[in-house]
Design a protein around this ligand. Structure first.
Ligand SMILES: C[S@@+](CC[C@H](N)C(=O)[O-])C[C@H]1O[C@@H](n2cnc3c(N)ncnc32)[C@H](O)[C@@H]1O
Length: 217
């Protein structure tokens, strides 16, 4: 028997989106000022809903080694760092644009996270193979074309029970289009994730993919 679920589009109803944001407590530390600044300068950040999800996931797994791919000005990095600091963990974040990496370092300093977070300037495709050890959580949020390659690079670097998380997993619906290069890359990433790990794509904001390593049914 077909079990009818409520349409996912309910979740995208503006009033529902407004409601879930209105009941969030205010973002901590300097995050509200980065949210304002990112809005004015059109810098793509994950925003308070996904930011808090990252924060909760780091705390839930008590993640000690966190890797982020795509720092921008450090917004999601600070969410990850605030949680990592509570569990004596550390965050490494990679950003290809030197000006953005410097701005992120300044924001991280203002958030008092210098001891917890390191920003590496460089192309993540070159940097990841040079990093040592395994990570408890890896968050992917940079060039969408690279997502399948990031899966190949990141999966072996996850610890058992490690979480692999990727933003923009629906790419404004382009994952459904055959003529979208980035949409096709993300769709490929999603199927790699789901065929290798216990994983799902949540239709929240622009889609967030989450997989855990080491468990299968
Ligand atoms: C969507 S933004 C990241 C937003 C950030 N995660 C946040 O929510 O605050 C993507 C960033 O990835 C960076 N980027 C793009 N390609 C990259 C690569 N190959 N290696 C490292 N960073 C890259 C871009 O310069 C950009 O700042």
């Amino acid at each position: 028997m077909l079990v009818r679920m409520p349409s996912i589009w309910h979740m995208h109803d503006e009033r529902i989106v407004e409601y879930v944001h209105s009941i969030l407590s205010k973002s901590p530390s300097i995050l509200p000022s980065i949210e304002d600044d990112a809005r004015q300068r059109d810098i793509p950040i994950v925003g308070p809903l996904i930011g808090r999800l990252l924060f909760l996931l780091v705390l839930a797994i008590r993640g000690r080694r966190i890797l982020e791919i795509g720092t921008a000005v450090g917004y999601s990095t600070i969410w990850l760092g605030l949680a990592a600091r509570k569990v004596k963990g550390r965050v490494t974040s990679i950003e290809i644009d030197p000006a953005r990496a410097d701005e992120a370092r300044a924001n991280i300093h203002t958030a008092n996270l210098d001891d917890t977070v390191e920003v590496i300037t460089g192309d993540a495709l070159d940097v990841i193979p040079r990093l040592k050890g395994r990570f408890n959580l890896i968050f992917i949020d940079d060039s969408k074309d690279n997502y399948p390659r990031y899966f190949e690079l990141c999966y072996p670097r996850l610890s058992k029970n490690g979480l692999l998380i990727a933003d923009n997993a629906l790419w404004h619906g382009e994952v459904l289009k055959d003529d979208s290069r980035e949409g096709k890359a993300i769709a490929r990433f999603n199927s790699m994730l789901i065929s290798s790990m216990d994983a799902l794509v949540l239709p929240v904001r622009d889609g967030i993919a989450i997989g855990i390593k080491g468990y299968r049914y």
